[in-house]
Design a protein around this ligand. Sequence first.
Ligand SMILES: O=C1O[C@H](COP(=O)(O)O)[C@@H](O)[C@H](O)[C@H]1O
Length: 223
Amino acid sequence: MNIIEYADREMLVMNVANKLAGKLKSALSGNDRATLAVPGGSTPGPIFEMLSATDLDWARVDVMLTDERWVGEDDERSNARLVKEHLLTGHAAAARFIPFYRDALTPAEGAEQVAPSLAAYMPLSVALMGMGDDMHTASLFPGDPGLPAALANDAPLLCPVYPESQSTPRVTLPAHVLNGALNKHLVIFGSEKLAALKRAEKLSVKEAPISALLDDLEVYWAE
Ligand SMILES: O=C1O[C@H](COP(=O)(O)O)[C@@H](O)[C@H](O)[C@H]1O
């Protein structure tokens, strides 16, 4: 992995949004469409807002999440809600969003229904990921009984997980899909996360799921 440190969060947000836009533009220059996978959580909102103001051919961009909490968009925990409010606005309103949540289905049923349709969007052109203090990324959580299945190379393109540490079950892109992205980026804020990321290099994937994704990973950090 390559860690790029920024003087402050504003600088990071501006630079990362520009970088992602550049990667999307070059993906679109050689292909009809490009796929962008983005995280949920508390970190990416400002990057989404900056990116949404970028003038690129968003009508040819497919946007999906790296993972989703199994709740409807009326719930504040919904990652789809975050993306719709902060990314799919301005120029980026023209992008196509691929939702994972299916009302009235369980996460396992929903993942089984959605997974085959995701093949049309592979490989991801650009994957932006976040990471928790516990070294989870997407919804690959340490110690989760569903983790080994989501780490398998033959995992379906969307996996249900039921992390005990979380308030909702979730679905997640598996490690092989994230690793298959043509560009892999991780954004983290704060010293604790930076220390956790460095610790992850020496830990097992079960203890630190982010460690499954470190090859060719561009990491952006600011305090
Ligand atoms: O639950 C989640 O957590 C991670 C990290 O979120 P953050 O709030 O610490 O930025 C996020 O990347 C993932 O997509 C999300 O569902």
